[in-house]
Design a protein around this ligand. Sequence first.
Ligand SMILES: [Ca+2]
Ligand SMILES: [Ca+2]
Length: 446
Amino acid sequence: MPRSLTLVLCVLAACSEEVPRRDAARADGTGPADAALLDGDARSNGDTGPAELGLDQLPAVDLADGAPPPDGGVVLDAASCTKIVQPGAALDTVANAASPGDVICLHAGTYAGFTMSNSGTASAPIVIRAYPGEELQAKLTNNSSTSGYGVRVNSSAYLVIEGLWIDKVNQGIYVKESDHIQVRYNKVTEVGQECLRFKLSDFGAFVGNTVKGCGRKTGANGEGIYVGSGESPGDDTHGALVSGNDVSDTTHEGIELKGFTHDCIVEGNRVHDLSVHDGGGIHVTTTETTAPNESGHIVRGNVVYNITTVTSYADGNGINFQRGGQLYNNVLYGNQHYGLRVDDKRGLKGTVKVYHNTMYQNASGALGVYDGLSPDVRNNLGPTGADNLAAAAQMFVKPASGDFHLVSGAAPIDKGSDVGVATDIEGVSRPQGAGYDYGAHERPGP
Ligand SMILES: [Ca+2]
Ligand SMILES: [Ca+2]
């Protein structure tokens, strides 16, 4: 049911408890500590930036450094489990009976997928996860890549779904009309359509997931991580964090932020080895025809390579960006068309900031700019012209195997300017030495 219709029916029926919580959550929009890195760039509609994601309120791993724990494991003691579930259990029943603060732990084995409409609270989320030490061994499957869900979440809030393996379903983890849902360190494989999805769902997080094999259903779209909606009216999903995921073998974009979404962060993901039907490995698209032209999206610190296309169009880019926003500290190499394509399909004339990216051996060139846009392009390796420098193999430690650290004495060292990017792709503070280095890596030594 469309959200607007739900709200109307609830007003008529006085069902205030049933109204999705996302509207209440929207009011708390203060950003995570580092989201204002480039001064926040308030959107033209006055909305604030990404909301506090509350990661440190959760009982499992502290994600503050953005780095997944080894082997997809999560630091959690078995004693933290409030309910322990055996293979074959009816997860629908278990999940919908849970109370805030419950930690439901699934032992290794096979389960059917489940649907839940149940909520935790900010201080006591409901956690559904692998039994500690058995991460990625509880497999939720429909044994068919053309039907069913792994996990479907409707009208819920404050859930954590962690350490599970979703395999052979039509849609992997699908979150609709919910808020503060965290999907972390799962493995999602052999899915008919999109592997992970936020629809009409704010302040969620996809963190540290391995996503491989999306779009197995013939004729269907198959994005890896899909935020928003392609259909009308627009879906203003915002405040989403997409961090530290590994995405490969999708038939559509590895990560896509749809039109009307705003103020999301896509960082530290590895997107690779895709042959796509659309724009690229990471795609920030637009369906708007009027303001806001500034998405507020930040795309930083991602590594995107070996993106090709099955179409005859100029798809198969590392990143394709169609709205105003910021892209920095990304490494984009070995893609069929551009490392970064910036275009303006709807004529919104947004401001695109392109800073400190490394783009290498992309077949159509480092940067393609279309539709009369004038992005602010500085401190990059790859694009030519003032304030940037064409990339060359001798600048890098081992570019053939994806190591783009700068070698001692490389030309890009200390040639850049302060554009407000305070760290490099690995968190090294900028500047080191006598000035800012071009590209995604700041060299600590000479
Ligand atoms: Ca798409
Ligand atoms: Ca330097």
